[in-house]
Write a protein that binds this ligand. Structure first.
Ligand SMILES: NC(=O)C1=CN([C@@H]2O[C@H](COP(=O)(O)OP(=O)(O)OC[C@H]3O[C@@H](n4cnc5c(N)ncnc54)[C@H](OP(=O)(O)O)[C@@H]3O)[C@@H](O)[C@H]2O)C=CC1
Ligand SMILES: CC(C)CCC[C@@H](C)[C@H]1CC=C2C3=C(CC[C@@]21C)[C@@]1(C)CC[C@H](O)C[C@@H]1CC3
Length: 418
């Protein structure tokens, strides 16, 4: 069994009590949203229309479908990749290798779904199965997290994450103990972060669009916009898959219930909330308003992509002509921090772009209900919390240089506001 790590990392997410509360609250919120989205009043803050019994949640067909989906995505992950990328340096100075074939998996999934539909696969019936599918995803995330917890018991100390090894089983189960749990080349965290949930999200959106067409003759403009925007977001994430290797989820956080449930259940079943809402509550949307919403999404995407690409290019090669002229601060680690360009505007310009896109995804649902704005509210909280965690880690890494960066770029996410 691995010994506990040296100096204990400070507890996050409210410690064991917070972790226990989130263990229950996150699945409960997801089921609440799924139930409310199909109810007449669609009230985010009201009670759910009914409490589903086990017979509404548990379905062997849904479990089989879900496991087939995971198996398909795992098979696509194992296909030859156009590139194999190296991750960040680990505690033992080694680097892990990761296949870069996520976009290929998206394209092949689209082809398979297209073939299936032309052969008579009833994609439009998927929305009827969302509740038992979400239950199967939650159930598998729970069992999988137990497996990860047990697997970490026999992992070497160097394989453990900085957090998630407090000694409290609930906290450690929630946060995750092992940094990069793998079986041979199959990296569980990297696979889950980008494949079954993210691709599942756009397939669910598509099924909702198909069902809307079956119900009303054609998909609404609002449904097209939500599908298009979110497909762009998922396609972009998979196209720039390598960038995920430097996120705190991969480099810092262990793999436990939070990420397993977040990746496998939360992303596909709550991120598709706007499309779910639109299926049961059609909203009129004229061309002028649709154009304004497209413009908002384009601005958000421009900032999001510009900021992420600028940082990634700079981190890969600071002398690249696209970033060589930018102002920087040197740090004691030898790495530099950008203080002009996107990263001189606010300290997290990519979050700003992401939030503007989140607004554009909700606007097609009109302003009569708060429910479709859940993603924007949740995402604001997630990014504010994530930004605070990242600041703590950067302060630890860069010390005085980080203070200097904060002095030169005082706003975190929104210029002159926050
Ligand atoms: N839709 C969703 O649910 C979610 C989406 N996201 C999105 O994913 C993307 C990645 O986000 P995330 O992983 O949180 O973090 P970032 O991509 O913002 O990365 C933060 C890291 O960037 C480096 N950095 C910070 N400031 C500078 C600077 N001035 N110059 C150079 N490097 C700097 C630091 O690492 P170092 O110095 O070590 O390179 C820091 O730790 C974002 O676009 C975010 O919006 C994130 C979470 C959830
Ligand atoms: C269930 C909890 C509330 C927390 C779950 C968090 C996860 C859903 C997110 C943690 C970091 C994520 C990232 C993405 C999706 C959401 C999760 C998994 C992206 C893949 C989204 C697309 C971006 O281009 C990159 C993101 C990296 C981080």
């Amino acid at each position: 069994m691995a010994p506990p790590q040296g100096p204990r990392a400070p507890l996050e997410f409210g410690g064991p009590l917070g972790a226990a509360a989130l263990l229950l609250l996150l699945p409960a919120t997801m089921f609440h949203l799924l139930l409310v989205a199909r109810s007449g009043p669609a009230r985010l803050l009201g009670p759910p229309p009914y409490l589903p019994g086990l017979e509404a949640l548990w379905s062997p067909q849904a479990l089989l479908l879900w496991l087939t989906w995971l198996g398909l995505q795992a098979a696509l992950y194992l296909l030859p990749a156009r590139k194999v990328a190296e991750g960040q340096e680990l505690k033992d100075k080694s680097r892990l290798c990761y296949p870069i074939n996520g976009f290929q998996a998206l394209v092949l999934t689209a082809l398979l779904v297209g073939l299936g539909v032309s052969a008579g696969l009833p994609l439009g019936t998927l929305p009827e199965m969302l509740l038992p599918l979400a239950f199967s995803a939650t159930f598998t995330a729970f069992i999988f997290s137990l497996f990860l917890y047990v697997k970490a018991l026999v992992a070497p100390a160097s394989a453990l994450a900085p957090g998630g090894n407090s000694g409290n089983p609930i906290y450690d189960f929630f946060l995750g103990r092992e940094l990069n749990p793998r079986i041979y080349f199959f990296d569980f965290k990297y696979f889950c972060e980008l494949r079954p949930g993210l691709i599942g999200w756009v397939v669910i959106n598509l099924a909702l669009l198909v069902q809307e067409a079956e119900l009303r003759g054609s998909p609404s403009l609002a449904m097209w916009l939500v599908n298009g925007f979110q497909l762009l977001y998922v396609g972009d994430a998979l196209w720039h898959e390598e960038a995920v290797l430097t996120t705190m989820d991969i480099t810092h956080d262990g793999f436990g219930f939070m990420l397993a449930f977040g990746d496998l259940a939360w992303v596909p079943f709550t991120y598709s909330l706007q499309a779910q809402f639109l299926l049961y509550h059609p909203q009129p949307l004229g061309l002028p308003m649709a154009s304004v919403i497209c413009l908002i999404n384009a601005i958000g995407y421009y900032i999001f992509r510009g900021a992420n690409s600028q940082k990634n290019t700079f981190r890969r090669n600071p002398s690249d002509p696209r970033v060589a002229g930018l102002e920087t601060i040197s740090t004691a680690t030898g790495r530099q921090l950008l203080v002009s360009g996107w990263w001189g505007m606010v300290r997290h310009p990519n979050y700003l772009g992401d939030l503007i896109m989140a607004l554009a995804w909700s606007l097609p649902c009109g302003v009569s209900h708060l429910l479709p704005y859940f993603y924007l509210l949740y995402f604001t909280a997630l990014l504010v919390h994530r930004e605070a965690r990242d600041e703590r880690q950067c302060l630890q890494k860069y010390g005085l240089a980080w203070h200097e960066y904060c002095r030169r770029v005082p706003y975190r996410i929104v210029p002159y506001v926050y």
